[in-house]
Ligand binder design. Sequence first.
Ligand code: ATP
Ligand code: LTN
Length: 333
Amino acid sequence: MEESKKTLYSAVQPTNCLTIGNYIGAIKNWVNLQNDYNCFYAIANMHAITVRQNPADLRRNTLALLALYIACGVDPEKCTLYLQSHVPAHAELCWVLNSYTYVGEMERMTQFKDKSAKHADNINMGLMDYPVLMAADILLYRADVVPVGLDQRQHLEIARDIAQRFNNAYSPTFTVPEGVYMKVGAKINDLLDPTKKMSKSAENANGSVFLSDDRDAVMRKFKRAVTDSDAQIKYDPENKPGVSNLLTIYSVFAGKTVEQAEKEFAGVGYGEFKLAVGEAVADRLAPLQAEQARLLADKAYLDGVLKKGAESAARTANRTLAKVYKKIGFYQI
Ligand code: ATP
Ligand code: LTN
């Protein structure tokens, strides 16, 4: 680990298949950041169980997500790639931080409220505690920066509050992390309801484009994408959420700026525009899927990556946890 570099932490939950929203808002940026920071990238399976998961699916999605990280260009030689449940310090620090977090703060979290409404039959303690576990993730590695989508901003603010609260009560222990939110693509919206975030667990799968979708599915979903009636391809998220969302997606997948994309499609009809967006996405997904499949066939390699990652992560995490235990007065032998 190079001491001069700042530390960066991020994670994704191994729930369902990832969408192009996850790719644009999270993983794609991770690749660009891995040379400049000491990066820790986790698979957050402990967060995943806060809503019911089928065990076989969770297991399969875990390796699929690891293979996807690597297929997207996240390099296990450059960063620490690991599975959250392989490092017990996450649960241990979470327990400590629970006593420095107020119930009222957790009840106010937007995601908690949304997920409680969606899973009304299973409003469990884990769902409510989700942000504290996330704070533990980040604080264990003394992360300076945390790149996430805008939907995670509130959780990041709470992680900062908890860190500051603990530092003030004892002495500087945790690094107070900064959230990094990408300018383009921090929030990719649903194709059928472009005022809503594209989500991997959306009720209608036709509004989400999955990284596992084949060309036909991708083209079909973009063809049906909701636009508006004014027939102008212009970036204006407020008044033209559908078209703006498509322009953002296109610009990322075609490697252009939104302004360039606007110029390229000046005077073009919505039908043709949607086809072009679909093709840009499908062209990129095909090689990604092939590489993911190749990696998934080599389980020994993937297990090796996880083993090395867990060892490296635990070294850093355990140092922080030992410091915390000492400060709060846990007797040490
Ligand atoms: P779920 O729908 O199951 O709650 P999700 O699609 O929101 O899941 P997460 O695992 O919660 O996915 O998020 C992984 C990362 O992807 C986070 O950094 C999150 O901010 C980012 N992300 C998720 N959805 C989008 C989106 N539509 N646009 C941009 N970034 C996103
Ligand atoms: N809750 C995050 C996933 C996550 C995470 C983290 C992100 C778990 N732990 C720590 C950043 C830092 C989400 O994206 N849904």
